[in-house]
Design a protein around this ligand. Sequence first.
Ligand SMILES: [Fe+2]
Length: 346
Amino acid sequence: MNAPIPSRPSLTAKPSLILVVDDESMHRKLVRTILMREGYEVTTCSSGEEALAYLTTGDVDLVILDNMMPGMTGPEILVQIRSMPRTSHLPVLMVTAIKEVDEQVRVLDLGANDFVHKPYDAKVLMARVRSLVRLKKHIDESENFENVLTSLTTAVEAKDAYTSGHSERVARIAGLLAEQLSLDEDTYNLVKTGGLVHDIGKLVVDLSFINKPGKLTAEEWEVMKSHPEAGARICAPLRAALSLLPLIRHHHERLNGKGYPDGLVEDQIPKPVRIISVADVYDALTTNRSYRKAMPHEKAMSILDKEVADEAWDAEVVRAISEIDPAILAEDDMKEGKGLIEASKQ
Ligand SMILES: [Fe+2]
């Protein structure tokens, strides 16, 4: 394996690193030369085993993979790349001499993002490479976005020891609800991320009063109620967060119009928001708070059922939560902490 060779220096961005996997040294050199001429960094491997070992630590932006090789074949390597969490989303461009449509379809079905036929024009190769490097940049940006959200969520929970782990649990319960309701993958992903960020507004709201004994004063309650709008304000400029805004702003709305901040009713509250609301309330009821102990599942469900009767929550969502095994909802290891305050006393 050759070490990455620095390409033309760039003052604006780090060049993308491309891994070329091919058993023929002539072809490796040819592809390397073409790519470096275009400003990419290149590293090469002559076998699948070598490539997979490199990918366990190497930060690669694209793999160009020969289809036919002795030992592990291109498709076999591809399957391994897709099975490793670290590389499951890594763009892969297959280079193949096979022109049968069925084989091309098989390679795409196995997870190749695109392919070129040997012999190929260097311009065609480069067009494919540019397209897949763009794809990798999009993937990185969305991962960065999720990392930022996760950091913000951690910061939110650090402000209130009693709700430590709340956002992750709401995300998990919301995901379980989306599965129980047989909702599509996009909705599943939306409510999972929405659960994680729904309380992000608490980051900028002064909650110093939150763990004091007794009830909140009217003024404190007004401050508390401002967190959904504050969260929506934080995320409004982020294009990637557009679909999350309704979940952040409206997770304390109720179908009967008695929620906040906008007093929305019925059809004004979309299903993903209703899911987050129910997951949020269920988790709040079944974990310790400064003002009361955690309730058992049955008691939490009886409260939710009563509030369905008052037309606060979506009956279908509450029914779905009652159909999930309470042990799965409980996720014992997270509940055991019962907030940072108790944990620190042990
Ligand atoms: Fe909230």
